[in-house]
Design a protein around this ligand. Structure first.
Ligand code: NAP
Length: 710
């Protein structure tokens, strides 16, 4: 921990944290910590973000990711490389099939669902999976900070606490290079693995020695000439080694590839369905419950379901390449059996690669132009980040972290904050610990454990927002609300796509008071080519009706007020459904004519009008079953009666008598001819809001005035 941080906040030595200056935002002071901070925003913590939203939405949480976005093994997103698991093992499906964040939801949102089914592959490409992760992450922008590198996690005591009940998370902002201090009751570390490069000094740091984790960027940058005659080495026998070997053989036709494998040959991944049962939730739980010896035996036995093994189809592909080389009389792949690369040093422009024979054969030295280390990853808590926490974490006799079934690391009793790890305790959870299969279940366990550990009776930290609209502006008279909808029926229809795109259409609607539930229904129609049509197919929808509005100048009033704006609107939330039947569409067409023309109007569409069929081809009808109506009538309610009359008159000034009457009724004032207009004008008081309904279910209107008041 840097002295800068150590001077400000207390840590394992128990100095209380109260001296820390309060920060301006959530979580920046120990008195106002997050419930949860996630370190890293890869698949594990993405699954956790989904679980928090779906299972415990009141929880305050923040995820910190050092990259500019979700980057899942970018160095290995080799074109065409496929996932090794089914798309159904996404971040959430196994826990909640109805989640909006399933892989299928992603495909639907991207418009590729039918094509994906048509392709018939159950394992997406890694590129598509990365795109899925980015799509999910885009929904959680409000709980993640990118370009934020966690540089220290230190246990501290909150003000008045006798235990280390918080974790202080020190973050470096990549953009500004500034440090920030955050506090959380729980930290979930899912920072991924560290590329395995051998013991210090064993393998030199030359730019021609590239770990598989950076392969796609670093290799072509170092070897830009694809036609060069090179000797290139690849170390390892796992999926990365095989994919990189194929990729180099395809992209560098004149290169010779030396593949150093620790065993006799490359081996096929054991993904037979019986072995794969280890990834069932129940079996993973059984593994955890087993004794240490049994776990060790099982891990060894199941190692080739994941490590040091290559998907069988890919082995065939690689072998086909080598066979084609034989046919051409130019073999290019040399497999070095039983080889452990023990040392790599620079040899001028080239590399000297020392190879130890694992079957007691002679050691040898090879000279290569470049070397890719497909040597896998280690999973350890980084000492620089967790150095002050590590001594307080419990470990077994072989040094492995002791964890609960819910991924929480057991600690010294002084620590009561929760420290969870995803992917750092394979000895306890089995091979699935670093893989994707169990993420939906594991994230639920973590969420449940955190919920259970918060002090009893402690309210979840949700800031109750002030009610909106303010209660004094909310119109509760259903009749008035409906009257506004009928009178001002040119509405705004708003839909939100799964990828958060908002689509908006302005259309006239018919209010059907007597259909549907207590609030009635809306019906209307859209152009068939309108992209919003698809979002009205059995989907939630919001509709806004805009009533009169007007600027209210202080000069109008007999009181000293700031200028304001009065207005009336109604928000409808409901469920939309499409229809295209002739009778239903006729109801829309004639309902609109009737609503607009009123009693005095005479136009209506005859059922035998030949143009109707043509119109049917161009439009599609929709109805909205209204679940919720919110009337926002902001009408100077804070003023006294006399000033409200002036405000009403000002809003009504210059409008038709019918609109004047509407406004008068909405303001809930007794008619005052001297204020509201000339007596006996057509419709003054003659068409009150919520007045008698004409045949066909619409409100009678005296005229068809629709201009803006001012
Ligand atoms: P890996 O499976 O851990 O394989 C690395 C291999 O390198 C090990 O067998 C290791 O042998 C060997 N090795 C390490 N140091 C060595 C040395 N000095 N000399 C010779 N051999 C050495 O690593 P990976 O292939 O990168 O795979 C990691 C994970 O990523 C796996 O879960 C894999 O399935 C996944 N992955 C998936 C895809 C895909 O979905 N398409 C692609 C790539 C990777 P020892 O253990 O004996 O040292």
């Amino acid at each position: 921990m840097s002295s800068e941080a150590g001077a400000v906040f207390p840590c394992a030595n128990g100095r209380p944290a109260a001296e820390v200056a309060p920060g301006p935002s959530r979580g920046s002071h120990p008195a106002d910590p997050y419930d949860l901070i996630g370190v890293g925003f890869g698949p594990s913590n993405l699954a956790l973000a989904i679980a928090v939203e779906e299972l415990d939405p009141g929880r305050s949480c923040l995820f910190l990711e050092r990259n500019t976005g979700v980057r899942w093994h970018p160095g290995m997103l080799i074109e065409g490389a496929r996932m090794q698991i089914s798309y159904l093992k996404d971040l959430v499906s196994l826990r909640n099939l109805a989640s909006p964040y399933t892989f299928l939801s992603y495909l639907k949102a991207k418009g590729r669902l039918e094509k994906f089914i048509n392709v018939g592959a159950s394992r997406p490409t890694r590129l598509e999976y990365q795109d899925y992760l980015s799509w999910v992450a885009a929904h959680f922008g409000h709980v993640v900070r990118y370009e934020s590198e966690v540089v220290a996690v230190v246990p501290v005591a909150s003000p008045g606490s006798e235990t280390l009940d918080l974790l202080h998370v020190r973050v470096r902002d990549a953009g500004s290079a500034e440090f920030h201090d955050l506090y959380a009751r729980n930290v979930v570390h899912a920072g991924g693995g560290t590329p395995r490069r051998g013991a210090p000094g064993q393998i030199c740091d030359a730019s021609s020695v590239i770990h598989s984790s950076t392969f796609l960027d670093a290799f072509p940058a170092r070897f830009p000439d694809h036609d060069a005659a090179l000797d290139l080495g690849v170390v390892g026998d796992g999926q990365s080694a095989a994919e990189i070997t194929s990729h180099v053989l395809k992209g560098y036709p004149n290169a010779r590839v030396h593949l150093f494998v620790p065993g006799y040959a490359l081996r096929a991944t054991d993904n037979n369905p019986f072995a794969n049962e280890q990834f069932y939730q129940r079996n993973a739980g059984e593994f955890y419950a087993s004794g240490a010896r049994r776990r060790t035996i099982l891990r060894t036995e199941l190692r080739n379901t994941n490590y040091g093994a290559v998907e069988a189809g890919h082995l065939d592909e690689l072998y086909d390449i080598t066979y084609a080389d034989e046919v051409r009389g130019a073999p290019r792949l040399v497999v070095h059996r039983a080889s452990h690369v023990s040392r790599v040093v620079e040899d001028g422009e080239r590399l000297s690669v020392e190879v130890r024979d694992r079957t007691d054969g002679p050691d040898r030295t090879m000279v290569c132009d470049g070397l890719v280390l497909a040597t896998g990853y280690t999973r350890e808590l980084h000492p620089a980040v967790f150095g002050e926490l590590t001594p307080l974490l419990s470990r077994d006799e072989s040094g492995e972290l002791l964890v609960t079934a819910d991924c929480r690391v057991r600690t010294d009793e002084r620590v009561t904050a929760g420290f969870y790890v995803q992917g750092y305790a394979e000895s306890a959870y089995g091979v699935g610990d670093t893989l994707l299969s169990l993420l939906p279940f594991r994230s639920q366990q973590i969420v449940d454990d955190i919920r259970g550990r918060l002090p009893a009776g402690r309210p979840v930290a949700v800031e109750e927002p002030a009610p909106y609209p303010p209660s004094h502006y909310v119109e509760t008279d259903l009749d008035r609300i409906r009257s506004l909808m009928e009178r001002f029926n040119f509405a705004t229809v708003i839909s939100v796509a799964r990828d958060a795109r908002v689509l908006v259409t302005h259309v006239p609607l018919v209010v059907e008071r007597d259909r549907g539930g207590e609030h009635g229904m809306l019906i209307g129609h859209l152009d068939r080519s309108n992209p919003q049509v698809e979002l009205l197919r059995d989907r939630p929808v919001t509709v806004v009706f805009h009533g009169p509005d007007a600027y209210l100048s202080p000069d109008v009033l007999k009181t000293d007020r700031l200028p304001t704006w009065n207005s009336m609107s109604v928000h409808v939330r409901g469920h939309a459904r499409l229809f295209s039947g002739r009778d239903e569409l006729m109801r829309v067409f004639n309902g609109l004519c009737e609503q607009a023309e009123g009693e005095s109007g005479s136009y209506w569409l005859r059922p035998d009008d030949t143009r109707i069929e043509q119109l049917r081809g161009q439009v599609v009808g929709f109805e909205v079953d209204i679940h919720e109506l919110t009337g926002r009538f902001k009408l100077s309610q804070e003023l006294d009666e006399a000033n409200r009359e002036l405000a009403a008159a000002d809003m009504a000034r210059g409008t038709s008598a019918e609109r004047q009457a509407f406004i008068e009724r909405a303001f809930d004032l007794q008619p005052r001819p001297d204020v509201l207009g000339p007596p006996g004008g057509p419709g003054v008081g003659g068409c009150p809001v919520g007045g008698a309904r004409a045949a066909g279910g619409t409100t009678a209107v005296a005229d068809n005035e629709r201009e803006t008041a001012r």
